[in-house]
Ligand binder design. Sequence first.
Ligand code: F6P
Length: 324
Amino acid sequence: MKKIAVLTSGGDAPGMNACIRAVVRTGIFHGMEMYGIMYGYDGMINGEIQRMESHAVSNIVQRGGTILKSARSEMFRTKEGRKKAYEQLQKHGIEGLVAIGGDGTFTGAKVFYEEYGIPTIGCPGTIDNDIFGTDFTIGFDTAINTALEAIDKIRDTAAAHDRIFFIEVMGRDSGYIAVECGLGGGAEMVMVPETKTTLNEVVEKLKGSRKTKTSSVIVVAEGDEEGSAAEIMEKVKHTINDDSKDFKVTTLGHIQRGGSPTGKDRMLASRCGMAAVEGLMNGQANCMAGIIHDEVVYTSFEDCITKSKPLNRDTLKLIEILSI
Ligand code: F6P
């Protein structure tokens, strides 16, 4: 293999740049020609493919976002789009791919590999930490630290006014961010898509904690089955029906996706990036390079996409215990 291209796809995550840097430099170290594809699979279809020398990735290890830009490609879901993408790779002589992203990215990579056989390895880049085959995903540690900083600030003002705050964090299908932030941020409760929490339980919890506490924080993952934090707050407020209680909502939103990656994320990104390139050199394909128990592990895209990584029940229990 002489020519490898790298792309970032789906929601960006802090540490993607550190991963791109590791992919490009590992490839160059091993004597390969490295290429960057702009805007994920859309750029592959449109031929936005450019050579990357070592200096192209200078001074990016500390930067959030992705220098290759990212997109969620609709065209790549179609046979016609993937054919165009293949033709572009052929035109540039690309023999291997590294796809940095989440399960959507890997689903696309798997279908493409099955159709055209271009060896592809993924790196787990998503703040959601919901990928099977790796203990952590690139960007998760930064995202939770960003969210925790915000939650700490909200707690200050919540305490000053004796208020009840519902704080919405990201996680359309996964509660990893909510659970880590709920524990670290001292929340009364977390609401996540993986477990059912009824509105009645929320009301009871708040009534109970008002006996000992003057302010409360509930962390809600955006994908919770009861709705958004704003919707849940309205329903709870209506049920409690007490004008002396002051309810507020804060949606943290995309600030969780930005910012300089933490040391942990830079380390994870660099290791996965190197493992992806070396995996391709050693004949691996159609899989993701992740880290489990501090060791590089290659997991098939099939498993990454179809198997779920369950939340740690002990952590959920711990939140309950520590919030009495
Ligand atoms: O998958 C990462 C993620 O940040 C999710 O937590 C969130 O639901 C989604 O992306 C938001 O995507 P977008 O930026 O396209 O609205």
